[in-house]
Design a protein around this ligand. Structure first.
Ligand SMILES: [Zn+2]
Length: 178
């Protein structure tokens, strides 16, 4: 087990994972999708550099970018918004590290979750489906609503995630670099 670090002793360049393990955020590199901590848990790792197409196809990313308005520093709907939704839903299961003023990392934000990468993938797809459902229920076109809802009834999140990860070659425990 790693030696516990006293918060503040090494600056605040530490990241406390949801399980309580503290790591040095510099251990996380941009290609990393999962991190196995000293407890032996596997945690999903996402950085703002990962495109949302890590989780679903570019065509859906484009739809989301058109449908969802963002009013923050990021121009279009992207990975930081996805992780924002996850964080809102599971505030205690996501740890974040702001690396924007840390010259030694290549990302501005990293999120490490209690769940492993596959489970996180499912959660993100579920949340996005809910988000789309909500956006579409405000649409004026009733046919669009009905179409979407009937498609969603047949949509199997777990199967989608399996297929997507297979296609994108995320089968191995440690996913490939981008
Ligand atoms: Zn852990």
């Amino acid at each position: 087990m790693a030696e516990p670090r006293v918060p503040g002793s090494g600056g605040d360049r530490t990241l406390e994972l949801p399980c309580g393990t503290t790591i040095d955020p510099h251990e996380i590199d941009l290609g990393m999708r999962e991190y196995t901590c000293a407890n032996g848990d596997t945690h999903a790792v996402v950085t703002d550099v990962h495109p949302p197409s890590r989780f679903f196809p570019e065509s859906l990313v484009a739809v989301l970018q058109e449908t969802i308005e963002t009013d923050d520093e990021f121009d279009a709907f992207g990975t930081p918004h996805l992780m924002g939704i996850v964080l809102e839903e599971f505030p205690e299961k996501v740890a974040t590290y702001d690396g924007s003023d840390d010259g030694r990392v290549g990302y501005a934000m990293v999120w490490v979750t209690e769940f492993d990468a596959r489970r996180l993938h499912e959660i993100i797809v579920e949340l996005v489906v809910e988000l789309m459902d909500h956006a579409i229920s405000h649409a004026e076109d009733d046919t669009a609503v009905t179409d979407f809802e009937s498609q969603m009834l047949e949509f199997d999140v777990s199967e989608f995630v399996d297929q997507y990860r297979r296609q994108r070659d995320f089968e191995s425990e440690h996913d490939r670099a981008l």
